[in-house]
Each structure stands twice: as structure tokens, then as C-alpha cells.
Write a protein that binds this ligand. Sequence first.
Ligand code: SAM
Length: 221
Amino acid sequence: MQIDDAIAEKFATYMEKYPRFYQNLAKIVRQNTPYQIDRPVVVDLGVGPGLLSLEIQRVMPEVSIMGLDPSIKMLKLARKRAFKADFKRFGAILSVAENIPLESDSVDILISRFSLPYWKRPMDGFSEIFRVLKPKGKLILEALNADFPSWKLFLIKLHMLSNSAGQEVIRYHVDAYESAYTMIQVERLLTDSRFRILTKEGNKKDWKFVIIAEKTAKSES
Ligand SMILES: C[S@@+](CC[C@H](N)C(=O)[O-])C[C@H]1O[C@@H](n2cnc3c(N)ncnc32)[C@H](O)[C@@H]1O
């Protein structure tokens, strides 16, 4: 399910209509960043067109963000957005979750919104995230919920259609549910990768959920 350039553009245009999704996550990043850190290092994994990174920078101007994505087009869109906003501490890096080109123990917060269904090997993704986070560093994962009932998915399609998402973006979003995970499956993947789960947001039948997990310190693993 690689995104092509035309869909990437359309996805960006559609998601610009929903700043509240990104504002909410940016607030969660700020709340989970220890105040003692002067220049927190944040990774936005599956950065897409950079809407979330920009929102994080708005609420935490001191932050440095690395946006990772396997789509060159998405990285170009994210870089352009950061440039326009004069956000200098933003780097766009071509990469997948399963192979993150960053040093071990180097990241304070890693956030990922809706990229999980596209990872080919989720266990490899989570062990890479565990590796790059500093001890006690946090993963904030927003994921589509595989338990979301299919008849409700139909209502989402209608909503997207009436908000001019276009067929390709609707398909891109709806198809992702076919490879989505339930909250329980994600919890298991996280604990198997030695994360400690701190909080969970969302009900069993919601369309998405957020899990915040911490990298256990070496002495605990
Ligand atoms: C639904 S978009 C979400 C983009 C962005 N996080 C947002 O919420 O606006 C999913 C993104 O995940 C990226 N992606 C696909 N495979 C990936 C992988 N293996 N690891 C990390 N990101 C991936 C896609 O290129 C795409 O930009």
C-alpha cells in the first residue's frame, strides 16, 4: 500500500481541514515531555505532509523534530510546510519504521499517527522505536482501530465524500483498516517489545485509539 504522489497531495489537502486532530496530539506530546529537557528531540514517524510536526512546533517552539517517511513526495510536502513556517529545526528523513536511521538512545518522544497499518513487520518497527528512544523516552501511538464496526466505516466514507475527500483518499483511508490492529493486539506488541504501557485513550469500538508507552530503563528489562 505505497502512496502515490497524487494521493499524497490530495491527502494533505483533505487533512488540512482537520487541524483539531493534530492539535490534540501536539498537546499530548507537550504533556509527556519532561520539563527539564531544554531541546526535546521528537520523531514524527510516518510524518506524511508534516501537519502534526508543525502543530507540535507551534506548541513547543524549542523542539527539534525529525520527520520519517518512506514516501519522497510526503517528505517534500513536509519540508515545504516547515520552510514556509520558518521552522528550522525540522529534518525530513527517508525511512521506514522497521529500519530507523538514528542512533540508539537518542530520542525523547516518538510519535506516530496512523502509520502502523503500513508497516510490513510491526515487531521490527516497535523494536526499532525501543532502540532509538532514550531510557524513559515515550512512544505516542495513534492507531486506527481494527475493532471499529464495518457499518460505521460506511458512515465515515459518507462523511469523507461529503467533505470532498475524493475516491482515492477515501480508499487510502478505508483500505488501511484491513491491516489495522485492535488495541489489545497493539498492547501485546508493545509489551513483547519491552515497553511499559502508561495510558490508553479510546473505547473498544472507537475508530481510533491512542496508546502512550515508555521505554523501560535497562535495569528493568
Ligand atoms: C495515513 S498517512 C499519515 C500521515 C501523517 N502521520 C498524518 O497523520 O497526517 C500514513 C503515512 O505512513 C507512511 N508509511 C508507509 N509505510 C510506512 C512505514 N513502513 N514506516 C513508517 N511510515 C510509513 C506513509 O508514507 C504515509 O505518509
